[in-house]
Ligand binder design. Structure first.
Ligand SMILES: [Zn+2]
Length: 250
């Protein structure tokens, strides 16, 4: 009986995340997390600056967000109390949190992938590799006016939603590959109408997008998969609903 009580107590206290705890966790673990990330992607991060702050006080705050990346190397992790725990540990309470799970470490890894994509695209452009402009605009957080500034003539093909769908999917892909979150691998099928609806944006961009990419990135390997994806136009709504259409043109 004593051991049962002890285990229950551990589970309860384990979920007790505090503002100070978030700051301490990030400051004490960030270098270690970056190393784990680098091992997982088999590449390196040139530079990073990871800080903790209250993102709800920032401009364009979205209640679903827990981290932000600012070019070129800054990551902000929010210290709002919206986490299940500091790190993901497989335990009996898992099922309750499916798809609403937030772990401090998982958020750091998600944002590190944004940083890595930014760095990778810069490297590829320096090597004169052809990157589709929608990805440059999405990863660098550029607006539609930048297409004009950069002499991108075919404005009709601007597809920032498709690019950010892929970008967020890649970030979630690595979180799941590193086993840092609860990852539901059910293959859902969505209609174009469902994908387009605003209230489904989170589900589509942060959950479905990973499943959309997972098999391809597993087969190709991360780096090679990214090279193929980034050099082609991002998926249209019809292709998001029908992955086989998208992958058949890559
Ligand atoms: Zn993101």
């Amino acid at each position: 009986m004593k051991s049962i009580i002890l285990i229950l107590l551990l589970l309860v206290t384990n979920n007790h995340v505090t503002k100070e705890g978030i700051a301490d966790y990030v400051n004490q673990n960030k270098d270690k997390i970056v190393k784990e990330f680098e091992t997982s992607i088999n590449d390196r991060i040139y530079s990073y600056n990871i800080i903790v702050d209250d993102l709800s006080l920032y401009q364009d705050y979205d209640s679903m967000e827990a981290g932000r990346f600012y070019p070129e190397n800054e990551i902000i992790i929010t210290d709002e109390l919206k986490y299940v725990n500091y790190e993901y540990h497989k335990n009996v309470t898992d099922l309750i949190y499916v798809n609403l799970n937030k772990y401090v470490k998982a958020v750091v890894i998600h944002e590190l992938m944004h940083l890595y994509l930014y760095q990778l695209i810069d490297d590829l452009l320096l090597d004169n590799y052809s990157i589709h402009y929608d990805y440059i605009a999405s990863v660098k957080n550029l607006g539609k006016h930048d297409y004009i500034d950069n002499n991108i003539s075919n404005n009709a093909s601007i597809n920032l939603y498709g690019a950010s769908f892929i970008e967020e999917g890649i970030c979630e892909y690595i979180v799941c590959k590193m086993k840092q979150s609860i990852c539901d691998n059910t293959k859902y099928k969505y209609s174009v109408d469902y994908i387009k609806q605003n209230q489904n944006t989170y589900e589509i961009k942060y959950i479905y997008s990973r499943m959309f990419l997972q098999d391809f990135l597993n087969q190709q390997g991360l780096k090679q998969g990214l090279l193929i994806i980034l050099s082609n136009a991002p998926p249209t709504y019809i292709e998001m609903a029908n992955p086989e259409l998208y992958y058949s043109r890559l």
